[in-house]
Design a protein around this ligand. Sequence first.
Ligand code: NAD
Ligand code: UDP
Length: 312
Amino acid sequence: MRILITGGAGFIGSHLCDYFLARGEEVIAVDNFITGSPDNIAHLQNHPHFRFIRQDVTEHLRVDGYIDAVLHFASPASPVSYIAYPIQTLKVGALGTHKACGLARAKGARFLLASTSEVYGDPKISPQSEDYWGNVNPIGPRGVYDEAKRYAEAMTLAYHRAHNLDTRIVRIFNTYGPRNALDDGRVVPNFVGQAIRGEPLTVHGDGSQTRSFCYVSDLVEGIARLLASNELLPVNIGNPNEMTILTFAEKINALTGNKAGIKFQPRPVDDPNRRCPDISKAKRVLGWEPTGGLDEGLEKTIAYFAEKMKRK
Ligand code: NAD
Ligand code: UDP
């Protein structure tokens, strides 16, 4: 297969490049480095089946030759990044998805959209299943991301209905692991970076809000299974091991031996109170569920950040 991955120099995108190259596929990554980094794909530079195109995917995408699948992962993804780049986030979800669908249609390729648990907003039900329509504030600071992804889902299914595009939609829940940018403000790099520096961990609010964390290799396996499946409608991929952010902070301090404790800070606007995926559809349709334990994944992530911080 020849697979094009937008956002291929990002955290998840670069792991997808590794995964498909290891399976003998050809990979074309497209990225403009707005939140990704050349470091994430430096090891692939001389790989005979890898090609990189530096481009903003909101512009017309021209690629010679055949393509079997387009995986659209380009988008700022952390609350800090999408609030810093609100218009770019709306554009990549809207215009970028349009261009990526158009490329897939022109090549007769399968199209897979990276959507998000943020389409559920601050959910009124938990766990969240795919048939829940969500509780999103369109005009709050997070609206730029939530609405861009909701629009991207609508665009994807419009291409399916109007042009019979062969579509897949993955709704990704909080994922962590090596290559997550240290400075993108997400809770895992923030806490791990603070713990390694021996600083108190910055818990927002009283830390009673919940998240559930999926290790990146589990996510990538779920995405590969979805791509290979016949499921046209959205599928949640995430780890249902829900915990409060306060408990998570205590875990990071324990795993790193950080004695500096916790510092409480104001809660960001519209920060969801609860988030936990209902993964019964992924289990049923893809035979997928996460396999890695949290401590094991965090140990690998802590080792990666410690090494990266030493080199800086
Ligand atoms: P990331 O910021 O590491 O990767 C996103 C990549 O997209 C970056 O390399 C960035 O430079 C690139 N990009 C952004 N706009 C672009 C544009 N206009 N043209 C070309 N490249 C562009 O973030 P990530 O965590 O790897 O997220 C990847 C995808 O998965 C995103 O679409 C995100 O919304 C989705 N997602 C991630 C999570 C998570 O927990 N990591 C959760 C839900 C959804
Ligand atoms: N959070 C926190 N301290 C930080 C960064 C994040 O307490 O330094 C909280 C944040 O308010 C949210 C949760 O951790 O409740 C997860 O935040 P993240 O930015 O990783 O992504 P989100 O799940 O909100 O998209």
